[in-house]
Write a protein that binds this ligand. Sequence first.
Ligand SMILES: [Zn+2]
Length: 216
Amino acid sequence: MEAYDRLISGYREFKANYLGEDNKEWLKVAGVRQDPKVMMIACSDSRVHPAILTRSELGELFMVRNVANVVPPFEGDGGDNTYHGTSAAIEFAVNHLKVKHIIVMGHSGCGGIGALMDKAISDNTEGYSFIRPWMKIVKNASEFTEQEENTLSKEEKVSCCEKKAILISLKNLAEFPWVKDAVGKGNLHLHGWYFNIKSGSLSEFNKTSEKFEEIK
Ligand SMILES: [Zn+2]
């Protein structure tokens, strides 16, 4: 079946359940408002679908997906000539929905990180005119110490870069003033997740050990 037709057929199946008896109570509330407790900032990658990975239902996750799950630095102007789609979503999640958790989820084999690490790709490379400037937000993740350069394999360096980029995004996130405020009051918790596509394992950043540790 063609990819597009498969979606239409999936939708028809979905709708039959959506309007079914079991969903009536949920629809009474959700038909009026949303009340998610968790925001997730994930990559656009088709293999890393947060709702499917966590078996979440409609209404549970407030989602942003962008190239390489990047959180830009806070820029207070919110100016007319800027396009802060991710920042607007964070503002809505924290100030209006009052989510309790924000998760930044990265993953293995990330195309955005690949573009950042590939020295052959520059700002002038055709097809990367939006990707390259976007990925510069986490540029420091692709810089390694001399020891890392000498000891890590190419594959390890990519995975290290993917994880460091998550930490840069978390740091940027923590610097949004209302995020900082909510975290300080204990009303909001920030998490870094890393999903390995091949092994299916999900790791969480442990602030004490400063390592990504697999969730068993
Ligand atoms: Zn990705």
